[in-house]
Design a protein around this ligand. Sequence first.
Ligand SMILES: Cc1ncc(COP(=O)(O)O)c(C=O)c1O
Length: 473
Amino acid sequence: MTRYEQLAGAIRQQIEDDIWQVGDKLPSLRESVKSSGLSLMTVLQAYQLLESQGWIVARPQSGYYVATRLTQFAAAKGGKGLHLSENVEISASIFDVLQACKDPKIVPFGSAFPDPSLLNEPKLSKILASVARRFVPHSSLESLPPGNEKLRRNISRRYAAHGIHVSPEEIVITAGAMESLSFSLQSVTSPGDWVVIESPAFYGALQAIERLRLKAIAIKTDPRTGIDLDALEEIVQKYPIKACWLMSRFQNPLCNTMPSENKQRLVAILNSSHIALIEDDVYGELYFDQEPPMPIKAWDKENNFMHCSSFSKCLAPGYRVGWVAAGKHAGKIQQLQMMSTVSASAPTQLAVAEYLAHGGYDNHLRRLRRQLEQRQSQILRAISEYFPDSVKVNSARGGYFLWLEFEPPFNANRLYQLALAKGISIAPGSMFSTSSQFDHAFRLNTSFAWNDVQASAMKTLAGLCHTLLRECG
Ligand SMILES: Cc1ncc(COP(=O)(O)O)c(C=O)c1O
């Protein structure tokens, strides 16, 4: 982390801890230079970063103030927030929301995909074309489970670059992360078993649990710190939990990242009860700071954690290439794959393997992260300008989602219907839970380029929120 990011992080923490409250004037640049011992440029960059994230605003000739509009989430207090589902049935409305995102005429704030124009990597297309020309039937055999060896070795090197030891033998290549997650869950459960998930959770987790006829315990997940570990500790004493499925980096939909101390405590809780972890980490590469936060897999000493990811969100959504670093479950997962989809597509495995070796993936990722950060700032500014003051926003240093909440009885399902009628999609909170506890919240995709259409859609959405709040009284 650079010095200015460290300073920005420290001030952000002070705002979160209420040391600086909404409307307070922050120390002037000169005062901050004096107290921190940093250069004027470093302090200015820190203030500008906080401004771009919506934490503070600059008032000409006056200084920087804690932003009044965007209420950040305070740490959740009290209440276990548990939700037990013996029969997980996820609403068919999810498919309607996903369907709406496919219509190019709809402004896709509800989409789970990044702006496709960000993933237009001509080098990858060229490599795929060349792979296809050279492709012979024998090449398919090399891609059978556990998957293309060169690809597994390159993925393994990417873990090593962050100090995480994952051998190519424990990696299984799959058709996207959804498949790796599903097989991981299936490898450690039988129908009727209990699984812990987050609340709110990625709807894919709910769908997988429904399909495998498992029982779910959803544990309250804090928009800042992640799953409630006190509640988890109690639950693992009371229920024979087989697996815990969660996201520790840029969670979908909250976009929060668990602090490292929480990750370590989670590892201790799971290991003490021999519970397998299924870590969904599809947004892990999309961090904005200099260094990424670590996945929980980094602390896995017992090889009982399955770290699932893919290239769908950061390189090639349609290629359907994902993987799981499966530890001791790698063999079982290969068997499950052989019994269902057999393998991920051979030409796309080969193309991604080649691209990772020669294509400049890290340059592409650096550019992508910068663009996502800029686009997030733009949407945060628009929210701060147009939305009702009572909105709470969870922004993060990575990913491309914002989680917004109003006080109940605000109804985001109704907002979804009204917005869709005006050609705008959002992802209502109800998609991320089997209960109605997130009906007052929604998720926005911030990855799309800011233009007149986006600006006008944000104003319309804000107008609808004002109307709905008035109706709530
Ligand atoms: C949290 C999360 N996990 C997994 C997936 C699925 O990833 P893939 O497209 O690689 O299957 C998604 C896609 O939206 C996601 O948001």
